[in-house]
Design a protein around this ligand. Structure first.
Ligand SMILES: [Zn+2]
Length: 342
């Protein structure tokens, strides 16, 4: 697949294409930006473009996506192409020193078929200190035929010594309309679903393309049931919902959904852009809630949920957080608890 297949990222891609044209590559690149916006895909396309057997050298170099070389890179079996990434099954995914050492040994030799040996390091911020130091040595004296592409969505977590050895390219989140267009084209979903997924994924194209739509819709329905006045008015229902959600390990996800709904409601109250609303098919209900809701309380609640989401200990008290959130939401919506039967 050529570069045009990638949604967004015109800036880094034009720079890479210009470099493909003049051949003056840095030894190491650092692709950074939000997770799942297309950094890895661009890195793979670059590796393919460098090795593609179909490319006409007189034109702007790109990849065809179907020659032997392009397929081998896609399948990670190309002899000059290496990928290092943390073990996703590990409790604390890390890139270990042995992984870097192996690349070091491989890179002593010249490339077998192409002009360069390419090493792609995904989630480079997961390098252990030992691995980072080993990599730094290689980056300080890189073999002439090497090309390293480091990828991270947590730039600050990458040692500055490594950052300074790379040419950094920033990947911004593609525009929502671009994500929508890509979804309609590639997932062949109706425009309403494309819009929903694009807002849901917050512009993260990778997530929008792979998310299970039926599952996401089911979660949305569950959230709507939870914020229903009948649910919120019953303290017993609230408490048991919080308990069972925490037990099934979906407490944090539910909090995120509640935050999305509250955000939508705030947008309606303040008369913001309708286009930003995730639950657009619930607009009539949102307007009804908006009439009685207190925007300050909602904003404070939203802020608190977002803060909880960033805490390392959030999973420890998710049941309590859910309970509190439901109770505060009930208050913010001007709903009164149903009286317990005598
Ligand atoms: Zn090709």
């Amino acid at each position: 697949m050529p570069f045009v297949d990638i949604t967004g990222h015109q800036q880094p891609i034009s720079l890479l294409r210009a470099t493909l044209h003049n051949g003056r590559f840095a030894h190491a690149y650092l692709f950074y930006g939000e997770p799942r916006v297309g950094k890895l895909m661009t890195a793979v396309r670059l590796a393919q473009a460098l090795n593609c057997e179909q490319t006409d050298q007189t034109e702007a170099r790109d990849s065809c996506g179907h020659c032997r070389s392009c397929l081998q890179i896609g399948a990670r079996t190309h002899p000059d192409y290496f990928v290092i990434e943390p073990d996703p099954k590990a409790t604390t995914p890390q890139i270990k020193i042995e992984q870097v050492r192996e690349i070091e040994q491989q890179f002593v030799y010249r490339p077998l078929v192409g002009e360069r040996k390419i090493c792609l390091i995904d989630d480079a911020d997961r390098l252990t200190i030992g691995a980072a130091n080993a990599l730094l040595k290689t980056l300080e004296e890189p073999p002439g035929h090497s090309l390293f592409i480091l990828i991270t969505s947590r730039l600050h977590a990458l040692p500055i010594t490594i950052r300074s050895r790379c040419q950094a390219l920033r990947f911004t989140t593609p525009a929502r309309t671009q994500v929508e267009a890509a979804l309609i084209l590639k997932r062949e979903v109706p425009p309403a679903d494309a819009r929903f997924l694009a807002v849901f994924a917050d512009g993260r194209i990778g997530e929008a393309l792979t998310a299970n739509l039926a599952e996401v819709r089911a979660r949305q329905q569950e959230c709507l049931t939870l914020v229903n006045p009948e649910t919120l008015k019953s303290s017993a229902t609230i408490l048991s919902a919080a308990e069972s959600l925490a037990k099934t390990d979906r407490g944090e996800e539910t909090l995120t959904w509640l935050a999305r709904w509250i955000r939508d409601l705030v947008i309606v109250i303040v008369g913001g852009e309708q286009d930003q609303i995730l639950h657009l098919d619930q607009l009539a209900d949102l307007r009804r809630y908006a009439q009685r809701a207190d925007v300050d309380t909602l904003l404070t609640l939203l802020n608190d949920i977002e803060r909880t989401e960033q805490q390392a200990t959030r999973h420890l008290n998710v049941q309590m957080t859910l309970e509190t959130t439901f109770l505060r939401l009930r208050e913010a919506l001007g709903l009164f608890p149903a009286r317990a039967p005598a």
